[in-house]
Design a protein around this ligand. Structure first.
Ligand code: FE
Ligand code: CA
Length: 501
């Protein structure tokens, strides 16, 4: 399989694809509006292939699958400076219903996409089903997880980062990146295009709206704010980050309003009626550098920096915004949708260390801010807090305690971490972690761990119950691999605590 290039990548490399080769997508649904996305690219890996500086694009929205009843239409321009990407915010839609859409440009027509609006505050919102996913390193395997996701009955997909990986092509990989490590705007654009050429990822985008935030690999592994963890000088990295952010916006179904004077402001709320409020967080852009000179490997013995009151994961402004958003929420379930593991995860015993060992790229590197958030959730009696995370390429279900070191302290909420769509989890860590769980371990709040498989988490929410099914891919090297449920965990509304289903 070494050196394998999917047919569509070979065609793309030959510059012979239809105009809508990257498919269609939708995102950030509200009760009356949603974003539609596409990109015009006949040669997506070679700069796009569209020479016109400005191409007229027509879009249409229908309220039925057979495209008999058109409810909205319009025109927009795909401009060369945006890599001919298109972001349309369709307004004036009815709440809580499905729509179908397509684009037309230069005599070609896109496939039909499907999307939906969210219920409004008044409407009944008695069931939400969504997929939580992250970390889709193209070179590490195929997207059977997305094939399975496309077949589900979902209202939306929540992607919490590592949508692309910046790594150079690895000749031994099961399927390869094209080119070296991404550094320039063109590199990042081509990398996003390569990922979007995957047929199963395209299928999921075409079927469900995405709510998305980024983690590190959309720019570079483990970066923090303007600091590269891989020695890129600061001024170079400032430019590189801006290019990566720009390519990210271009290729994601994000609202135009996330683009502002400062660049991209990604933190925002998404509501599913009165059932759930998602506070979508950005834990990369504003964070202080990982403490204690973590360098390349962020798993390190406890040091004073992890408790530093000046350390911040969200930045001060976003932290204040989060508190306001949660205070104002009237939702049954209040969700922090974000990149990395939130809970205290002491790996000391697992790694044979006498002192606690933390992954300081996660919230364990920013414990003062985490404590303020936990205290806030308790003090303000925020209803049914749930934290959703990715990044760590393995699946976890846990209780969140106000004081993780005191198992008798109150359970504040639950955390669910999805395993990766395809990215690697180092196998030697699996038994080390498995053998160090349970009530007498340093982490009695961790109730479930699965590190042997890739996949995603399917979540169903009702006013009385939160249910998470950890779906896992049997064989990552087979795009047609079966996908099964490894475990299911639930939380009852009004009764904090994570329980087996
Ligand atoms: Fe990752
Ligand atoms: Ca990551």
């Amino acid at each position: 399989m070494a050196g394998y290039l999917p047919a569509i990548v070979r065609q793309a490399s030959a510059g012979a694809l239809p105009l809508f080769s990257l498919g269609v997508a939708s995102g950030d649904p509200g009760p009356s509006s949603v974003v539609l996305w596409t990109r015009l690219a006949t040669d997506p890996l070679g700069g796009g292939g569209v020479a016109e500086p400005r191409v007229d694009v027509e879009w249409e929205v229908y309220e039925d699958e057979t495209l008999a009843r058109r409810v909205k239409r319009g025109r927009t321009a795909a401009r060369i400076e945006d890599a001919h990407t298109v972001h349309v915010t369709v307004k004036g839609l009815a709440p809580d219903r499905w729509y179908w859409y397509r684009f037309r440009a230069l005599g070609e027509e896109s496939r039909v996409g499907r999307t939906r609006t969210m219920p409004d505050r008044r409407g009944a919102a008695d069931r939400l089903r969504f997929a939580l996913c992250s970390c889709q390193d193209y070179q590490n395997g195929f997207y059977a997880a997305y094939r399975d996701m496309a077949e589900q009955d979902l209202d939306l997909v929540l992607h919490v980062g590592d949508y692309i990986y910046e790594y150079a092509a690895r000749p031994s990989a099961v399927r390869q990146h094209v080119g070296g490590e991404t550094e320039t705007l063109d590199d990042y654009r081509a990398r996003h295009a390569l990922y979007k050429l995957d047929p199963y990822l395209q299928e999921v985008h075409a079927r469900f709206p995405f709510v998305i935030t980024w983690d590190d690999h959309e720019v570079q592994d483990n970066y923090a704010g303007y600091t590269s963890e891989h020695g890129v000088p600061r001024d170079e990295f400032v430019t590189r980050r801006a290019q990566a952010y720009r390519a990210y916006y271009e290729h994601m179904p994000l609202r135009r309003t996330v683009r502002d004077r400062k660049g991209l402001t990604l933190y925002r709320t998404v509501d599913f009626g009165s059932l759930a409020r998602f506070a979508v967080l950005d834990g990369r852009q504003y964070r202080t550098d990982q403490p204690c000179d973590a360098g390349g490997l962020p798993v390190i013995p406890e040091c004073p920096g992890v408790y530093d009151e000046d350390g911040t994961f969200l930045g001060r402004q976003q932290e204040r915004w989060l508190y306001r958003s949660l205070k104002r929420s009237r939702a049954t379930w209040n969700v922090l949708a974000q990149q990395v593991m939130f809970l205290r995860g002491d790996l000391g015993e697992a790694l044979g260390s006498a002192v606690p060992v933390f992954n300081v790229d996660a919230w364990d590197g920013y414990q003062a801010q985490r404590q303020r958030i936990l205290d806030f959730l308790v003090d303000q009696q925020i209803a049914n807090p749930i934290v959703l995370s990715g990044d760590i390429h393995s699946a976890w279900a846990s209780d969140l305690r106000q004081d993780f070191l005191r198992p008798e302290s109150p359970v504040v909420g639950s955390e669910f971490v999805c395993t990766s769509i395809s990215s690697d989890f180092p196998a030697p860590f699996v038994p080390l972690i498995e053998n160090n769980l349970g009530p007498t371990s340093p982490n009695p709040h961790i109730l479930f761990f699965e590190g042997r498989h890739r996949g995603y988490t399917l979540i169903e929410v009702t006013p009385s119950l939160w249910r998470a099914d950890f779906r896992i891919v049997d064989d990552l090297l087979d795009p047609e691999s079966p996908v099964t449920v490894a475990a299911s965990w639930v939380v009852e509304a009004g009764a904090p605590g994570t329980k087996p289903a």
